[in-house]
Design a protein around this ligand. Structure first.
Ligand SMILES: NC(=O)c1ccc[n+]([C@@H]2O[C@H](COP(=O)([O-])OP(=O)(O)OC[C@H]3O[C@@H](n4cnc5c(N)ncnc54)[C@H](OP(=O)(O)O)[C@@H]3O)[C@@H](O)[C@H]2O)c1
Length: 220
């Protein structure tokens, strides 16, 4: 396994993206502890599908159990993510901002911050890496290809901790994707909703061009 120190992936959120990351993780030999807002008993079907490497838990227990933890809840709920059990850990943030779903968040409307920076501010001792935010959930299990494949799909990461980004890059590679590093968290806006790279299948080279061509909402 490429990430010898990562044995268990915790998931806060078990919806379209959370369940798909859980499928990729168990298929690649990781243990998974997955949570939602309604309680572990509501995840029995998914756990049955995922098999013996997976268990359902509360969000706090998923945060405690994960060597890496993925936060994949509607953005409006990010303040409910438990803080103490995530201290020191790599936290992958899949979240996007949709005002019609999340309500208006002034500092995102005026682009003085980004979604992943909000989560990083909520989790000051964690190493937040933005990831998985611009691929449709269904494609996570259908678009992956082995390393070195021609025209392999790439996914963007952003983060302030180089070591954390290296671990996430290695995880993405195992899951079937190349990685393009957009830089620190504050550059995450380059892959937010309505930017060129948000949604379509792109190689690393194409994504780099998309990131360079991204425009702020105010300039669109
Ligand atoms: N869908 C996509 O293709 C896609 C792609 C990339 C990124 N994203 C982004 O990723 C995030 C998740 O999207 P999604 O489509 O997976 O959403 P979703 O299908 O609506 O699932 C959200 C999950 O979060 C759980 N949740 C909500 N509040 C929680 C809390 N306080 N503690 C623990 N779990 C909580 C929900 O649990 P309950 O069901 O029990 O409430 C549900 O399992 C969003 O920000 C979205 O914009 C989505």
């Amino acid at each position: 396994m490429n990430n010898p120190t990562v044995k268990t992936i915790g998931l806060i959120g078990a919806g379209k993206i959370g369940s798909q990351i859980a499928r990729l993780a168990t298929a690649n030999g990781y243990n998974v502890v997955i949570s939602n807002s309604r309680g572990p008993e509501t995840l029995s079907e998914l756990i049955k599908e995922l098999g013996p490497r997976a268990r359902a838990a509360s969000a706090v227990d998923a945060a405690k159990a994960g060597d890496i933890v993925v936060v994949t809840v509607p953005l409006k709920n990010y303040r409910a993510v438990p803080v103490a059990p995530l201290a020191g850990k790599i936290v992958i943030d899949t979240n996007n901002y949709y005002p019609q779903r999340d309500g208006h968040i002034a500092e995102l409307d005026n682009e003085s911050t980004t979604t992943a920076e909000l989560l990083q501010a909520h989790l000051p001792s964690s190493k937040v890496v933005k990831g998985f935010n611009h691929i449709y959930a269904a494609e996570l299990t259908t678009h992956g290809q082995p390393a070195g494949s021609k025209n392999r799909r790439a996914l963007v990461i952003a983060g302030d901790d180089p070591g954390a980004k290296a671990v996430v890059t290695s995880l993405l590679d195992q899951f079937g994707f190349d990685t393009v590093d957009a830089g620190p968290l504050k550059e995450g806006w380059r892959i937010q909703r309505d930017t060129p790279g948000y949604g379509p299948r792109r190689t690393a080279e194409e994504l780099r061009k998309d990131l360079a061509a991204a425009k702020r909402y105010a300039d669109q």
